[in-house]
Design a protein around this ligand. Structure first.
Ligand code: AMP
Ligand code: ZN
Length: 664
């Protein structure tokens, strides 16, 4: 291939990867691979500038503006960072600096947080707007979403500059990420792949209330503005901290490049203990005056450098591929590996996600594979070492039948996962469903654990969750590790679960896509299991926030004769299959069709009580003011920007007493 063609192909490839990553949030190669390719392109372009494309991926930060969010031009451009991968790269950088600066240079060393970059503007101590990086010149206004992040102050205290921008990174800590995935798996959704894409995807969600539920964090790294009285980057960090922003404590001041290298060595190892993902270190010339002298290239400051950690990678042998069957029947292939040390833990297994992933990797039993530990807790296989492939190896055929019950698997168009359709006869599905039924957020049956459920099913004592209510103490005592007392507690726990309110019973049934929130909505709308069971798809889809996918799933659930029998049994045993009279008594339609925004602090009611009252009377609560808002209920300390917006849109502001009058 000639050089010009090579540059063109590489540019196109990188553009596609940029699109996958920034616009679709679905990268198909690792960052490391991407960076290597970008570097290749950069080198080629430097050698043959006549062939460089005008809009080459090396010339721009990457990322198109996504529609629906207002586009905002950055007052101060959001630059990218130059990347380095070795100590030599850093020493070269130092030489370039020394050519331009005579005085001694100090550096700040910070961690490079891996999330979505954000620029937040404060005016008179109030959060005015938050904008994504976008293409560096203009980004999306995601203020409503960023405001839901608890660590971002909405109002500053003390001595703050009248106007400034603060830059940072929005990240999703591992713990919250894993929690979110557990919840998704619970309702039969596919888990998110990694924290970074989930964080940036969250910022683009339409509903800020959904964002609020996500445990995002915002880590800040610089203040920008005029007349701030800040002389160094290190001071900038300290100032941000004083103003109440979250600035990780790892940042240090280095008086020499040696000290920088020490910082890198330390965090290369210790970063694995951090609660969130980092992909490198950012080194910045500390003195702002010197920064100004160094200036910028077309896309990055000359005074800063990112040092990228190599993702920890090892190679090991794939011994076997096994298949797990989840509660919803979803099949997950698992790579069983020759145990190997990686980033301080022993790795034995890696998820292979689905059939497409196996095809893409062309992974075969006996292969040497490269395992990488990136942001995910579960390590992933990134490639096969083809040089070591055994001669007689054959492509992996995906299983066609359920490994547990031998039923032929199905794969619905548009879905990545294969499913075992044997809903009523497949053991792991039966056990998983009952385990979900008894779980804390569902029927919360004390004295009964997941293992005991498996035992009960395997002993043939129960076949579905309704059978729990017919269990006797005498039946359970003979079970392994059961004593008189624990058997009593188990039966008591089951008895007590008959008090669990309808909405949680509905969640407990384990209908696919019916999570806690959806269960609540359905319970409120239909008020009883009988009414819900009779609902048609069209009927369901007209309920607020219930999509066609959920509607179809609900209808399919109740269409099953087996489920109808189970519902009959639950009713007979006294499980709550309708809203209680208390819940019903407080429900009216008075506020039907009206949308409320609640702002400030109230005298007689808590905000939650107020919201409950709105919902009980058929109204809707929204977190942000729009043209659709009917009323704003304002307490003390209503935010000035909210007030301004309300006035602009001509929306009536009422107080809590006006509101109580309305629902009388
Ligand atoms: P890149 O996306 O590789 O061009 O790197 C630039 C991005 O790194 C910036 O837009 C920031 O969002 C992010 N970043 C993370 N941590 C830091 C930090 N400590 N200082 C500066 N930028 C950071
Ligand atoms: Zn099966």
């Amino acid at each position: 291939m000639d050089i010009q063609q090579q540059i063109k192909t590489l540019s196109e490839e990188l553009r596609q990867h940029n699109h996958n990553y920034y616009v679709l949030d679905k990268p198909t190669i690792s960052d490391y691979e991407f960076d290597i390719k970008l570097k290749q392109l950069k080198e080629l372009e430097a050698q043959f500038p006549e062939f460089a494309e005008e809009d080459s991926p090396t010339q721009r930060v990457g990322g198109e503006i996504t529609k629906n969010f207002e586009t905002v031009v950055h007052e101060h451009r959001m630059y990218s960072l130059e990347n380095s991968y070795s100590k030599e790269d850093l020493l070269d950088w130092e030489i370039r600096i020394k050519k331009l600066i005579d005085d001694p240079v100090q550096y700040t060393c910070e961690l490079k947080y891996d999330g979505a970059s954000i620029s937040i503007t404060y005016e008179h101590g109030i959060l005015l707007k938050a904008v994504t990086r976008g293409d560096g010149t203009q980004g999306d206004n995601v203020t409503a979403n960023v405001k839901t992040i608890k660590s971002v102050p909405l109002k500053l205290k003390g001595n703050y500059p009248p106007k400034f921008d603060i830059r940072g990174e929005i990240v999703l800590p591992f713990e919250g990420f894993n929690k979110m995935n557990e919840d998704r798996i619970e309702i039969g959704e596919e888990p998110y792949r990694n924290p970074r894409n989930t964080a940036s995807g969250s910022l683009k969600l339409q509903d800020s209330a959904e964002v609020a539920k996500r445990p995002l964090e915002c880590l800040l790294y610089t203040i920008i503005g005029t007349n701030l009285g800040i002389k160094t980057q290190f001071e900038s960090l300290e100032r941000a901290r004083q103003l109440g922003f979250k600035v990780p404590s790892a940042a240090t001041l280095a008086t020499s490049m040696d000290a920088v290298l020490e910082f890198i060595d330390y965090w290369n190892v210790h970063r694995h203990a951090l609660p969130y993902e980092t992909d490198g270190v950012v080194i910045k010339v500390n003195d702002l005056q010197q920064q100004e002298e160094l200036g910028y290239t077309a896309k990055a400051p000359r005074w800063a450098m990112a040092y990228k950690f190599k993702a920890d990678q090892v190679s090991t042998r794939l011994n076997e591929i096994t298949y797990q069957v989840g509660r919803t029947g979803a099949i997950t292939p698992v790579a069983n590996l020759e145990p190997v040390e990686l980033a301080g833990t022993t790795v034995k297994r890696a998820s292979l996600h689905n059939a497409d992933q196996i095809n893409k990797l062309d992974i075969r039993v006996g292969d040497e594979v490269f395992v990488e530990k990136g942001g995910e807790i579960i390590p992933k296989i990134i490639a096969v070492d083809l040089t070591k492939r055994l001669e007689n190896s054959k492509p992996t055929p995906y299983i066609t039948h359920c490994p547990e019950c031998q039923t032929p698997l199905v794969r619905t168009e548009g879905e990545a996962q294969h499913y075992c359709p044997n809903y009523n006869g497949c053991k792991p599905q039966i056990i998983g469903r009952i385990q979900h039924f008894i779980s804390r957020k569902a029927m919360d049956i004390e004295g009964l654990g997941g293992e005991t459920v498996a035992l009960l099913v395997n002993e043939g004592l129960i076949h579905d969750y309704s059978d729990l209510y017919e269990l006797t103490k005498e039946q359970v005592i003979p079970l392994e590790r059961m004593a008189e007392k624990s058997a009593e507690n188990l039966i008591k726990g089951i008895e007590l679960s008959k008090q669990i309110p309808f909405e949680r019973v509905l969640y407990a049934l384990g209908i696919r896509y019916v999570g806690e929130t959806v269960a609540k909505k359905l319970a409120k709308h239909y008020k009883s299991m009988d009414a819900l069971a009779k609902a048609t798809i069209i009927d369901l889809a007209t309920v607020d926030e219930i999509g066609i996918k959920i509607a179809e799933s609900v209808v399919a659930f109740f269409a099953s004769e087996k489920n109808q029998i189970i519902m009959e049994r639950l009713k007979r045993f006294g499980v709550q299959l309708e809203l209680s009279s208390d819940q019903l008594a407080n429900q009216t339609d008075t506020l039907k069709g009206q949308i409320f925004v609640v702002s400030g602090v109230f005298e007689t009611l808590s905000r939650d009580e107020l919201k409950q009252l709105i919902e009980n009377n058929g109204g809707k609560v929204s977190s942000s003011i729009s043209a659709k808002t009917s009323f704003i209920i304002a307490g003390d300390n209503m935010g000035p920007s909210k007030r301004q917006k309300a006035e602009q849109l001509n929306i009536l502001i009422i107080n809590e007493y006006d509101f109580l009058q309305k629902i009388k």
